[in-house]
Design a protein around this ligand. Sequence first.
Ligand SMILES: [Zn+2]
Length: 149
Amino acid sequence: MHCPFCDAEDTRVVDSRSAEGGSAIRRRRECEECGNRFTTYERRESALVVRKRNGSVQPFSAAKVLRGVSYAIADRPVPPGAVESLVRDVEILAQENGPEITSDQIGRWVLEGLRRIDRVAYLRFASVYKSFAGTREFQEELAALEEGE
Ligand SMILES: [Zn+2]
């Protein structure tokens, strides 16, 4: 752990104690170089999981969401950074709604984001989500697209 004051590499722990009701460990550290003290917290990584339609549970993966979206936006004129920003938004929503979310929820958040970015990508992604395809909302979007709106 580097010192935040002088960036020295060697800092030593002078005190460790349980914090946040036992879910974290608070450590006081002292820099061997400049003698300044600072505090670090060690926390469990939140185990955000995704329940799929078949009932299986997997760890949430932003990389997987990105891969799913990448397929939908292939060859589309999407502004740089738009997809990364969409995936970040989905990750934040997942954390807010966690620790367990469903793959359908993720699909809907992605759809909401894609709708603002690119309509064709939105429809491509929607076609993957069969629960959404066939709804009136989807049919209307499709009709509007075919009319060249
Ligand atoms: Zn230092």
